[in-house]
Design a protein around this ligand. Structure first.
Ligand code: OXT
Ligand code: ADP
Ligand code: MG
Length: 568
């Protein structure tokens, strides 16, 4: 280099970090390795929180739920081929659930990959990611890093949120350019998720239909929770006087104990309602596609609020589609309703209240039993009170019986406090979601996990201990999937659904320096959870559940295909 020509330089590594920081992305969920190890180190040195996991799938689930909780894309960083594929399940999950997330993967040399000459971890990652996410991009030149991240961020959060793949070949990181030109190449994304104002005509149509109802119902989905329009939604629901049914992750948007909540009268309201207003909930399998037995005989009209126009009429006719972002739509509803809105007929709202009280009263004694080994209700009665006393704690929940019964028993009081398996009913979200939930919100986590469900991400207890996170994991240990009682009569192998009997998951936590407790009764469980919530120490409680207590597939056993040739 000739004297006097020295210039300040930057490179791919630093431009990636600067692009993230410029856009307010302060956390990366990752697993290190070639070619992104140094990127993680440098990001950490530059003040980004880099959370290093044991498996990319869990880092990916963490990034997805971070996106859901913050409305900013959660970033997962992986190595090439196998690391990328491990993260890809989570990217597809984020897309399916409408969580904004960016999967950033290092990749091998384009020239070698494209000629299929057998590079280290060779794979055409971009092509594989494309059908499984909302958008997929590759950056080949350092000067395009700024634009690459801008596109990824905007694609993830605008319109219907979802997963974006960003492919960064190894060579990119070392590419050098003039620092000033580098700075100028970066893009701070302005108004990444612009408001989408509904047309006044669609708002009027929707309110006219709602007004005409004798037995109206509002269904709130996780899109409504994601929107962070909590006050507007509460005002609207209360002003309308219409009963509401929260989908699983919308629980707590208005408290489950709210007088208009119809959660404990679910089948009644689905069957009997005449007008249904969906806000950020799809008419997918979780709502029986809006038809069939669970929706009853009475004719029904559907109003739907969603940011995605193509969601309308996806399963049945929507008589009043309202396309827009939920905050804008619900504000428009509130304005257009004026002061003279008439509440629905008392006959309808009273019928729901009495059905709800009947179901709650039926459940109450079950929650007080002190059986040992515990049944689900005995154990959940304890956890219900824990959340009541700690309404800011975040509940992470997966399993079959452990999921379905906890959903019904544990009341939620605040928005976005219940995180679960989502649209796919996927096992394995537990530890990743627990870790991101506490990191992103600063609140403690109670993770209620089936023993099978926990197994999908169990190694992350090391991560939880390493970062010393206030997470209390309660494993509902019933010796297996659904039940621990199956027997294989054909040979010496155990039945496919059963695990080692009397396993002590609490010892796993102790192995990494966390607190492990074996709880065999509701009293012991209560003591252990209270202690964990008070101390904030990483804790795993092995809650011993009667292996015979559960049922096949929890509440969705009807989805199992049946063989006519073989009786169970
Ligand atoms: O109105 P009615 O009378 O009908 O009553 C309803 C409510 O009104 C009432 N209710 C109440 N009563 C009183 N008080 C209160 N507070 C109250 N609240 C409600 O209760 C009833 C029921 O209400 P609910 O729950 O709202 O209504 P319902 O009818 O259940 O709703 C329907 C659905 C579909 C909306 C709901 O059921 C739902 O959301 N379901 C989600 C189900 C789901 O996603 N399950 C997970 C998948 S299962 C299976 O696939 C599993 N696998 C396979 C596998 C998976 N998933 N993933 C991967 C990667 N690999 C494999 C595996 C391996 S589960 C599983 C592991 C299972 O074993 P574990 O050990 O982990 O768990 P255990 O089973 O515990 O052993
Ligand atoms: P649930 O499982 O709780 O029923 P779904 O995931 O099926 O919820 O539906 C969420 C819906 O919310 C999706 O159709 C998505 O397009 C929509 N959505 C997400 N964010 C917004 C928003 N800000 N405004 C309007 N709709 C949204
Ligand atoms: Mg189990």
């Amino acid at each position: 280099e000739a004297p006097g020509t020295e210039q300040e330089l930057t490179d791919g590594f630093h431009l990636v970090i600067d692009a993230l920081k410029l856009n307010g992305i302060n956390t990366i969920y990752n697993v290190p390795g070639i070619p992104i190890t140094d990127l993680g180190r440098m990001a950490q040195a530059a003040g980004i929180r880099v959370i290093s996991f044991r498996h990319e799938q869990n880092a990916g689930y963490a990034a997805g739920i971070a996106g859901y909780l913050t409305k900013k894309p959660g970033v997962c960083l992986t190595v090439s081929a196998p690391g990328f594929l491990n993260g890809l399940t989570a990217l597809a999950h984020a897309t399916t659930n409408c969580y904004p997330m960016i999967l950033v993967s290092g990749s091998s040399e384009r020239e070698i990959v494209d000629l299929q000459q057998g590079d280290y971890e060779e794979m055409d990652q971009l092509a594989i990611a494309k059908p499984l996410c909302k958008a997929a991009y590759r950056v080949l030149h350092a000067q395009d890093i700024g634009i690459g991240f801008a596109r990824a961020i905007r694609a993830a959060v605008s319109g219907r949120p979802g997963g974006v793949y960003l492919d960064l070949p190894a060579k990119l990181f070392g590419q050098v350019m003039n620092a000033d030109a580098g700075r100028k190449s970066l893009v701070k994304v302005i108004d990444a998720a612009p408001a989408q104002i509904p047309s006044p005509a669609s708002v009027k149509r929707a309110l006219d239909v709602l007004k005409s109802a004798k037995r109206p119902l509002i269904i709130l989905g996780k899109g409504a929770a994601y929107a962070q329009a909590d006050e507007e939604i509460k005002d609207f629901v209360e002003k309308s006087g219409v009963p509401f049914l929260p989908m699983s992750m919308a629980k707590g948007l208005l408290a489950d104990t709210h007088p208009q909540c119809a959660g404990a009268a679910r089948s009644t309201v689905l069957k009997e309602s005449d007008v249904v207003l969906l806000i950020g909930a799809r008419l997918n399998w979780l709502l029986s596609h809006g038809k069939g037995k669970s929706w009853g005989e009475a004719p029904k009209k559907f109003i739907q609020v969603d940011i995605e126009p193509r969601e309308m009429d996806s399963n049945i006719e929507i008589v009043a589609p309202v396309v827009g972002d939920i905050g804008s739509v619900v504000s428009a509803f509130n304005q257009a309703m004026g002061a003279s809105w008439t509440a629905p007929p008392a006959e309808w709202t009273n019928a729901i209240v009495s059905k709800r009280e009947e179901n709650v009263a039926k459940m109450a004694p079950k929650l007080m039993n002190n059986k040992s080994p515990m049944d689900y209700h005995g154990a959940l009665g304890v956890l219900k009170n824990v959340i009541k006393e700690h309404p800011d704690a975040i509940l992470v929940n997966e399993g079959a019986n452990t999921l379905d019964l906890a959903r019904g028993v544990i009341d939620m009081y605040k928005p976005r406090k219940r995180l679960d398996v989502g649209t796919w009913g996927v096992m394995g979200i537990g530890m990743g979601q627990a870790i991101a939930a506490t990191l992103e919100t600063g609140h403690p986590v109670l993770a209620v996990e089936g023993d099978s469900a926990f197994g999908f991400s169990g190694m992350e207890v090391e991560t939880i201990c390493r970062y010393n996170l206030p997470i209390c994991i309660v494993i509902f240990n019933n010796d297996g999937i659904y039940r621990g009682t199956d027997v294989n009569s054909a040979n010496a192998d155990p039945a496919t659904t059963v695990f080692v009997k009397g396993a002590r998951y609490d010892k796993m936590m102790e192995a990494f320096g966390g607190v492990g407790v074996n709880a065999t009764s509701p009293d012991e469980l209560k003591r252990a959870v209270n202690e964990a919530m008070a101390s904030g120490k990483p804790t795993l409680i092995n809650a011993v559940i009667d292996p015979a207590a559960g049922s096949e597939s929890g509440r969705i056993g009807n989805l199992n295909p049946q063989s006519v040739l073989q009786k169970k």
